[in-house]
Design a protein around this ligand. Structure first.
Ligand SMILES: CC(C)(COP(=O)(O)OP(=O)(O)OC[C@H]1O[C@@H](n2cnc3c(N)ncnc32)[C@H](O)[C@@H]1OP(=O)(O)O)[C@@H](O)C(=O)NCCC(=O)NCCS
Length: 248
């Protein structure tokens, strides 16, 4: 779909005037410039892309090089989070939104699951995500403002189950690792702190967009911490099995 007549390229600060104009046409609670800048410069997990027409334009007054849309997503270990997506109103229902989401799904190498939040009244986006095989995971009551409205959390599995990335380990082994690895202990404490911070944020009924960003970061830090802990456990078990020698 996104062939040579399009350019899908990293979003730069220089794109922001156009991006903000489209953001304001697309959402009741548009992101601010500061929020876009936070994604562009302060977030190593983020991929931010703009879709522009190639040399031939798109027809219907959309000239060469014009902004057609953008997509912003985070990939952290097992999860792809769709953070922001918009298509120029003049060129909607031409498959561009679908192509942008498909691109993100393909770009998320190794991710196990894709997640997103959408206003309950956003029938266009809901229909598009359902076509893309997302399913409703839960509803957050009264989550959005202007107008107050529920958020539908949607998800799509990306990989077969059966990988071994989560920390579901024998408690006896975890005890041994704790004793032997101060790094593991420190990570575990930091994981608990993050969990605590997350619980505090989750108690707030309405999160501002900034709080929502902070919450996502904490979730990702938690995931990163958990991943490091799992790596230490794996290493510990490998060393143990090497030390034990091959079975006789
Ligand atoms: C949601 C959005 C990105 C969709 O982009 P798009 O390029 O129009 O989407 P597509 O052309 O790929 O549509 C794919 C399918 O989604 C469904 N769909 C899209 N727009 C729809 C609408 N207005 N009403 C009903 N279904 C719609 C249709 O099933 C469509 O397939 P079809 O055209 O063959 O019937 C676009 O409407 C948009 O920018 N909206 C404002 C911002 C927004 O809501 N972003 C998502 C936030 S979670």
């Amino acid at each position: 779909m996104l062939d040579g007549s399009f350019r899908l390229i990293p979003m730069q600060e220089g794109d922001l005037d156009e991006v903000l104009a489209l953001e304001q046409r697309s959402f009741n609670e548009p992101w601010s410039r500061k929020m876009f800048l936070g994604e562009l410069h302060g977030n190593t997990f983020a991929t931010n892309l703009v879709l522009r027409t190639g040399g031939a334009g798109f027809g219907e007054g959309v000239g060469a090089g014009a902004l057609l849309g953008y997509i912003m997503f985070w990939v952290v270990f097992e999860e792809l989070h769709l953070m922001n997506l918009a298509v120029l109103p003049e060129v909607r229902r031409r498959g561009l939104g679908t192509a942008l989401v498909r691109h993100a799904l393909m770009a998320a190498h190794g991710a196990r699951m894709a997640l997103l939040e959408v206003r309950a009244s956003n029938t266009a986006a809901l229909a598009m995500y359902r076509k893309l095989e997302f399913v409703q995971k839960s509803v957050r009551k009264g989550y959005y403002n202007h107008p107050r409205e529920d958020a539908v959390i949607m998800m799509r599995e990306l990989l077969e189950k059966g990988g071994h990335t989560m920390l579901s380990e024998d408690p006896a082994i975890l005890d041994l690792v704790r004793k032997e690895s101060p790094e593991f202990k420190a990570l575990e404490e930091s994981h608990q702190r993050l969990e605590h911070q997350l619980a505090e944020l989750t108690q707030l009924h309405f999160l501002t967009p900034e709080e929502e960003q902070r919450k996502k970061r904490i979730q990702f830090d938690k995931l990163a911490t958990k991943d490091k802990m799992a790596a230490i456990v794996r290493q510990f078990k490998q060393q143990r099995s090497l030390a034990a020698g091959p079975p006789s």
